[in-house]
Design a binder for this molecule. Structure first.
Ligand code: ADP
Ligand code: ZN
Length: 224
């Protein structure tokens, strides 16, 4: 019924991007490609690559473009993404990354780039209460969406913890870099008629409904 989709989701830290991306990936049955999750997994694995990445992550700095671009290109060339599509979460984050992405997706374009919008005043509270499964990356909130058993992931039984980069200084740095490096992408994709801005406020289910309606609308347009 939902044969694939090619979606990018943009939004500042705490907009609910990860939560919504997981839901969209189930709805459209496409892989959820989240660069932050991939980096956190390599940090956990203790590989040399992970040790290098950890420095950037903990400080809230961006991993250099060449590294991220190579990693995403490789992931999107795997057969699930080639055949069904993907939901890209956390990439692109700079104009350089966006240019590279459009290049390696040729000739098939994206369905839509979603700008999940939320007021900065709202994200700080969301980030403070955010917890994440250290095994599968599922997101929780101690304020309004805690795991059923405190500290244990509903999905996989892993440990639910606060992220190392959800500290005040790393959050401030990530929001700063979002404004400087990632916010310009909104206009960049708008010019290419790919952008859809969706309100990220409200209950997660309501937001998902808005997103699915938008994505379906775009895909119908493209196919007509
Ligand atoms: P958030 O959106 O809350 O900052 P993510 O999980 O998307 O969290 O990313 C965590 C970290 O991973 C970033 O702060 C950065 O260090 C690194 N990272 C993820 N995606 C990218 C990217 N596209 N370019 C550069 N660095 C990235
Ligand atoms: Zn889990």
């Amino acid at each position: 019924m939902n044969p694939g989709a090619r979606i990018v989701i943009l939004g500042k830290q705490g907009a609910g991007k990860g939560t919504q991306a997981v839901r969209l990936s189930r709805h459209y049955v496409v892989p959820h490609v989240a660069t932050g999750d991939i980096f956190r997994a390599s940090v956990r694995s203790g590989s040399e690559f992970g040790q290098k990445a950890k420095k950037y992550l903990d400080a809230g700095e961006l991993v250099p473009d060449e590294v991220v671009i190579g990693m995403v290109r490789e992931r999107l060339s795997q057969s699930d993404a080639m055949h069904r599509g993907f939901i890209l979460d956390g990439f692109p984050r700079t104009v350089g990354q966006a240019e590279a992405l459009m290049g390696f997706l040729e000739p098939e374009p994206l369905d839509v780039v979603i700008n999940l919008e939320i007021a900065t005043g709202e994200v700080l509270g969301r980030l403070a209460s955010r917890r994440v499964c250290s095994d599968c990356g599922a997101n929780y909130s101690v304020a309004d969406n805690p795991p059923r058993v405190s500290g244990i992931c509903d999905v996989c039984g892993g440990d639910v913890v606060q992220r190392d980069d959800d500290t005040e200084s790393a959050i401030r740095r990530r929001l700063e870099l979002y404004e400087r490096e990632t916010a310009p992408l909104i206009e960049w994709f708008e010019k290419r008629s790919l952008l859809a801005t969706i309100a990220g406020a409200g209950a997660p289910d309501e937001v998902t409904d808005r997103l699915v309606a938008e994505v379906d609308g775009r895909r119908q347009l493209r196919r007509s």
